[in-house]
Write a protein that binds this ligand. Structure first.
Ligand SMILES: [Zn+2]
Ligand SMILES: [Zn+2]
Length: 241
């Protein structure tokens, strides 16, 4: 757990056999209007909720959960978190929101083999990831979240409804699993993924000025070198078509 800025906090994922996504809290504490970005893997709800409280936040201040996308390692413990914070809204990109509302879990599991493996290993029942979504995001919105402003970018490729949140003033990017530290990018072989779209999305992100990169997994990066995302897109370009 870590403070990135006075209104941005980091809760590190606790990886197991399957990774657990990082979570971020955004919003100024005094606003009492805090957004949780992503949830995490199954069984990590208590850890994430405890971490929110250890950072000094009241659960009543958590007003919404915004999903960068709905893969299992990000949405697995959403139900556990919403049990602890039942008033929190759920905000998801339209494409994956509609799937969640219909109980279509292809985007959650990514592939059939993984679905049966996870259901066996974690005792998850089919239909466990059906959620009502309070706000559907399309990209292009500017969200006012607890005295901070974040632009929503639709960046399909890793998944069809992946979004990034971008604080233009603070030059902070939360790209979900689209781009990581160390010139790594998200996988593009799962249901709804598309290499050519991922390349385009990387090029979209490459246009942003980014100092602080807060990805879904692995290291977070302060003082990101200029041109980092463009360089990453170039390194992967030949594989993304
Ligand atoms: Zn993912
Ligand atoms: Zn992930």
């Amino acid at each position: 757990m870590k403070q990135i800025r006075e209104d941005v906090y980091f809760i590190q994922g606790q990886d197991e056999m399957i990774p657990d996504s990082h979570c971020y809290l955004i919003g100024s504490p005094s606003s009492k209007d805090i957004s949780l970005v992503d949830a995490g893997l199954m069984g990590k709800g208590n850890y994430k909720v405890g971490a929110i409280q250890e950072l000094g936040f009241e659960l009543s201040d958590i007003k919404r959960v915004i999903m960068t996308h709905t893969h299992l390692d990000h949405i697995g413990c959403l139900g556990e978190i919403l049990e602890a914070i039942p008033h929190a809204e759920l905000w998801v990109h339209t494409i994956e929101a509609e799937a969640l509302e219909q109980g279509d879990e292809k985007a959650v599991y990514g592939m059939n083999m993984f679905e049966s493996m996870c259901q066996a290993q974690y005792g998850i029942k089919p239909g466990a990831f059906k959620f009502e979504v309070d706000r559907k995001l399309d990209g292009g919105e500017t969200l006012e979240l607890g005295d901070t402003k974040w632009e929503v970018l639709h960046i399909p490729g890793h998944s069809a409804g992946s979004i990034a949140l971008y604080d233009r003033k603070g030059k902070i990017l939360i790209p979900g699993d689209t781009v990581y530290a160390d010139y790594a990018i998200g996988r593009f072989d799962l249901h709804g993924a598309n290499g050519a779209q991922l390349k385009e999305s990387l090029m979209t992100l490459a246009e942003l000025e980014v100092d602080i990169l807060l990805p879904g997994h692995n290291r977070i990066v302060g003082a990101l070198p200029p041109g980092y995302i463009l360089e990453t897109a170039k390194q992967w370009g030949q594989y993304l078509s």
